[in-house]
Design a protein around this ligand. Structure first.
Ligand code: 4NP
Length: 145
């Protein structure tokens, strides 16, 4: 699960997906990262932590890290939370980007939609982001389990 800072959207995606993977007894490994370096080592944004906590998911132990080239070989699926993130990942991957896709295309195939960046807005943006990510994780579980 990849976004820009790895503090708002992708930590929520990691937390929700880990929780669903456990619920469905799957042996998938889930991780998240950001394409940018600004927040390396930081915990998820307080509103990301709060919206997850309200839904029974603890993401307080996560720490932001930067996406790197080795990730291409480590994961079967790499999901970009937004189109700008997808472009950044492609720049890092040269030709090695077959396993990268836009996360929301698992919900609305071919619509090429992005999870809105909640960083510059208020708490309500994080609720919307949570709901979108939750629905999309359900769709991914249904498709690949
Ligand atoms: P994220 O949100 O990519 O969902 O973690 C952002 C976090 C920080 C910044 C931009 C987006 N920033 O510019 O610092």
């Amino acid at each position: 699960m990849v976004c820009l800072g790895n503090i708002c959207r992708s930590p929520i995606a990691e937390g929700i997906m880990r929780s669903k993977v456990k619920e469905h007894n799957l042996d998938w490994q889930v991780d998240s990262a950001g394409t940018e370096s600004y927040h390396i080592g930081s915990k998820p944004h307080k509103y990301s932590q709060e919206v997850c906590e309200i839904n029974g998911i603890d993401i307080s132990g996560q720490k932001a890290r930067q996406f790197n080239k080795a990730d291409f070989g480590k994961y079967d699926k790499i999901y970009a939370m937004a189109e700008d993130v997808f472009e950044e990942i492609k720049l890092k991957g040269e030709s090695d980007v077959q396993n990268v896709s836009l996360f929301l295309n698992e919900l609305n195939s071919g619509a090429n939609e992005s999870v809105p960046d909640p960083y510059y807005g208020g708490q309500e943006g994080y609720t919307l982001v949570y709901e979108l990510i939750d629905k999309t994780c359900d769709a991914i579980i249904k498709k690949y389990k």
